[in-house]
Ligand binder design. Structure first.
Ligand SMILES: CC(C)(COP(=O)(O)OP(=O)(O)OC[C@H]1O[C@@H](n2cnc3c(N)ncnc32)[C@H](O)[C@@H]1OP(=O)(O)O)[C@@H](O)C(=O)NCCC(=O)NCCS
Length: 170
């Protein structure tokens, strides 16, 4: 299988925040943002693998900034590393001020998707070839994140998480 670049899976979804999607403080409801990120990440995973993909885990979500009612929100997702059957998807969320048009980073998240066949069995995906400095940084750190996620899920022994251990041992 030919290795693919992150640009081949990059998925950009722009939408606004409606009153039905807000919390009592008139900011975007967290669950709504999770769903938007899941949709964009799912499309990115499908573009990379050209397979049916399922969300395996949500590894990291940082709600750093509240997103007010009426904001224009852009969710940008791309594969940051591909393993055997799983893919890490890095998601950046931007909001656009409705008066000035200025774009600021609101949130980010990291999801793991697995490509599956018609019977739901995990199936191999193409490798990822990062190009930019940021893509290379995200690629390098992805193995540690995968190991952490597997350890927390009880699917890997901490002693087997060599990359993760190296981070703490210096
Ligand atoms: C995701 C799923 C296919 C994994 O199945 P599994 O039996 O654990 O399969 P495997 O052990 O072969 O794991 C498949 C891959 O997922 C990875 N994986 C599994 N759980 C993971 C986790 N919590 N974090 C990170 N990666 C994980 C494995 O490391 C493996 O990756 P690799 O092949 O690239 O090395 C299965 O759990 C599933 O179908 N879950 C439901 C998915 C779903 O319905 N999502 C929608 C949410 S409602």
């Amino acid at each position: 299988m030919r290795a693919k670049n992150p640009s081949e899976s990059r998925t950009v979804m722009t939408d606004m925040v409606l009153p039905s999607e807000t919390n009592p403080l008139n900011n975007l409801f967290g669950g709504e943002l999770l769903a938007r990120m899941d949709r964009a990440a799912s499309i990115a995973a499908r573009r990379h693998s050209r397979r049916v993909t399922v969300t395996a885990s949500v590894n990291h979500v940082a709600f750093n900034r509240a997103v007010p009612l009426g904001s224009v929100v852009t969710v940008e997702a791309a594969v940051s590393r591909a393993f055997r059957t799983s893919m890490e998807i890095y998601i950046d969320v931007w909001m656009e001020d409705r008066f000035t048009g200025e774009k600021t980073k609101a949130n980010e998240a990291i999801y793991t998707f697995v490509a599956v066949d018609e019977t739901g069995v995990p199936t191999e995906v193409p490798a990822l070839a990062p190009e930019t400095t940021l893509e290379k940084e995200r690629f390098e750190a992805a193995l540690r994140r995968k190991q952490l996620s597997l350890v927390l899920a009880g699917k890997m022994k901490p002693t087997e998480a060599t990359e993760l251990r190296a981070l703490f041992m210096g």
